[in-house]
Design a protein around this ligand. Sequence first.
Ligand SMILES: NC(=O)C1=CN([C@@H]2O[C@H](COP(=O)(O)OP(=O)(O)OC[C@H]3O[C@@H](n4cnc5c(N)ncnc54)[C@H](OP(=O)(O)O)[C@@H]3O)[C@@H](O)[C@H]2O)C=CC1
Ligand SMILES: CC(=O)N[C@@H](CCC(=O)OP(=O)(O)O)C(=O)O
Length: 342
Amino acid sequence: MAVRAAVAGASGYAGGELLRLLLTHPEVEIGALTGNSNAGQRLGALQPHLLPLADRVLEPTTPEALAGHDVVFLALPHGQSAAVAEQLGDEVLVIDMGADFRLKDAADWEAFYGSPHAGTWPYGLPELPGGRAALEGSKRVAVPGCYPTAVSLALYPAYADGLAEAEAVVVAASGTSGAGKSPKPHLLGSEVMGSMSPYGVGGGHRHTPEMIQNLSAAAGERVTVSFTPTLAPMPRGILATCSAKAKPGVTAESVRAAYEKAYADEPFVRLLPEGQWPATASVYGSNAVQVQVAHDPAAGRIVVISAIDNLTKGTAGGAVQSMNIALGLDETTGLSTIGVAP
Ligand SMILES: NC(=O)C1=CN([C@@H]2O[C@H](COP(=O)(O)OP(=O)(O)OC[C@H]3O[C@@H](n4cnc5c(N)ncnc54)[C@H](OP(=O)(O)O)[C@@H]3O)[C@@H](O)[C@H]2O)C=CC1
Ligand SMILES: CC(=O)N[C@@H](CCC(=O)OP(=O)(O)O)C(=O)O
């Protein structure tokens, strides 16, 4: 019997990418589609690339509209999911693509999001140690942020294998869809085209505590992360350049061996052959993660670069992968590692 899925936030970028994936998922039947300011609109007017759903009309996001489904995806602005989720009952699988339930530390949540902490749900990054076990049979999933997905998958093997000191430096470039669809003055076409710019510099970005949470769990000690996001003139993609001081005795061979071990059996993470580097174009529209490692002996640092599509593995693909695990389906069902080129 098909898994009936509702999508709240179907008019947004994350909701649109989720629907693109669910349309080809062999086990899923798409149920209610809800929005907020766009309720009453045809989906075809908002997501013209989703042709099979063009004549569906968005409903308001209410418990009644979301009732009667096996899975409810919440692709809402952060801070909006908790109130909706608590009205859905314990039997339905709720997958939150926003930030509300990602952080374990209430003080971190309050410091970075400025509202009371709603709680913590099993975290939807199966590749992390213990990640799959946390999701199996769960009725709640918190999908990670896009930058924490790219950065945690780049650095966790170095920490899990005890190769890196507990400080990491990350500079990551993101495509503009990461900022969502609502209009923002710094995201006007003329501001973004032909330019790259940093933001959230100096530890202010709300994804910093999420990265620290993941890397500290892998290291078994608190890892600090100096994170600088930058905006790149492209619609999708994240390229994360991450480094950490190498522990004494670490070599290029020991670094590569740690990553080969971590990713040998991962269906979506590809440690590239030596000499080949991750690129956002190679993972465009796919759930793949490209990773490459280097050891810089002069600087005494491990350098790891990862590339993801922020809307796919960084949000909607990660959500579908987690749904598959929670429901006991093959983890790769409905997901592709094939990109779009050129
Ligand atoms: N874009 C990305 O790369 C990533 C996004 N995410 C997360 O996914 C979530 C959605 O982001 P994104 O799609 O980019 O954002 P968008 O701004 O593109 O879409 C937001 C969606 O939420 C709906 N919405 C807005 N306010 C409310 C409300 N008060 N109640 C119910 N629905 C509401 C909007 O409906 P309407 O249009 O009808 O007003 C729209 O469907 C966010 O939490 C974001 O952080 C996570 C990782 C990456
Ligand atoms: C380019 C850009 O603006 N990106 C967003 C991150 C998108 C994301 O993952 O957001 P959530 O944590 O809200 O899910 C940002 O930096 O705020």
